[in-house]
Design a protein around this ligand. Structure first.
Ligand SMILES: C[S@@+](CC[C@H](N)C(=O)[O-])C[C@H]1O[C@@H](n2cnc3c(N)ncnc32)[C@H](O)[C@@H]1O
Length: 265
């Protein structure tokens, strides 16, 4: 992502909450699910801000058109560069990177999420139809992020996914500061299984170790479970995890010259 001008934490200390500006043809989608629970409460507490703007407001013709047919032929329509450019120019003073949601973008993972959370904010561009004219993406240095190897009908749902994941990492949003550290993808491991009351549910008992009160054993058990699940389900993460576990070889001890009494063969 772009070089941070001021990270999320510093921006908050300076009194400016992390701000998400969303450029979309459907501003009514926002905040949607981000208006409830953790993200919603944080929005109410002004720990972050959300500004959804209608790209169509920048269409100048009487039909307010934002798209046209693709050069070279083919199905569908393409979002016009002039309209998208005016929408971007209107929010050019917003801090943080401009990110277009696109299936061909950098795959979203927890490292990308952490990167974005360390920025002072973000401007998200939501495509529709067949996407956005390439020239405006180039001209404005727009980055691209994908939420997975599948095609959605618009960038709005992808933007909600990005924002949900980022907002929960912003300072003060998660009540229990520790609750992020053990989660899936931290240290390249998926999370261990979780259990709550009742201890016996329909004859299925919670593993005894979790009721032992022995914190060291519990931590060991959880680590082993996390490793087992990651190894079985995500060979890509497992390989990275294993590589990180490899202890660097101890420096070779210098050979001393044999002394009298040393055994020789
Ligand atoms: C129907 S899609 C366009 C797909 C495009 N023609 C392609 O083949 O890559 C319309 C919009 O949905 C959004 N979108 C679809 N899939 C996405 C994904 N996996 N990640 C992020 N955004 C996505 C993008 O904003 C895209 O411009």
């Amino acid at each position: 992502m772009s070089a941070p001008q001021q990270n999320g934490e510093a921006a908050q200390e300076a009194g400016a909450p992390w701000t998400a500006t969303v450029l979309t043809l459907f501003p009514e989608v926002f905040p949607g699910p981000l208006g409830v629970s953790l993200a919603g409460k944080a929005l109410q507490r002004d720990l972050w801000r959300l500004d959804a703007r209608n790209i169509r407001d920048h269409a100048l013709d009487k039909h307010r058109s934002v798209d046209d047919t693709p050069f070279g032929g083919g199905a569908g329509m393409v979002m016009r560069p002039d309209v998208v450019d005016r929408a971007l120019a209107d929010v050019a003073d917003r801090p943080g990177p401009v990110v277009n949601l696109s299936p061909r973008g950098r795959p979203l993972d927890q490292a990308v999420v952490r990167d974005l959370a360390s920025e002072p904010g973000i401007t998200l561009l939501c495509g529709r139809y067949e996407g956005i004219d390439e020239r405006v993406l180039e001209a404005r240095g727009v980055q691209e992020v994908s939420v997975g190897d599948f095609v959605l009908s618009g960038g709005e749902v992808a933007a909600l996914v990005v924002l949900d994941a980022v907002v929960r990492l912003l300072p003060g949003v998660m009540g229990n500061v520790e609750s992020g550290g053990d989660e899936s993808f931290e240290r390249d491991l998926l999370e261990y299984p979780q259990y709550t009351r009742p201890a016996d549910w329909n004859g299925r008992e919670v593993p005894a170790v979790l009721q032992s009160g022995d914190h060291a054993r519990i931590a060991r058990w959880r680590r082993e479970q996390a490793e087992e699940i990651t190894r079985a389900r995500r060979p890509d993460l497992w390989a990275r995890y294993q590589a990180a576990q490899e202890v660097p070889a101890a420096p070779r001890r210098q050979r001393r010259s044999p002394r009298r009494g040393d055994e020789t063969d």
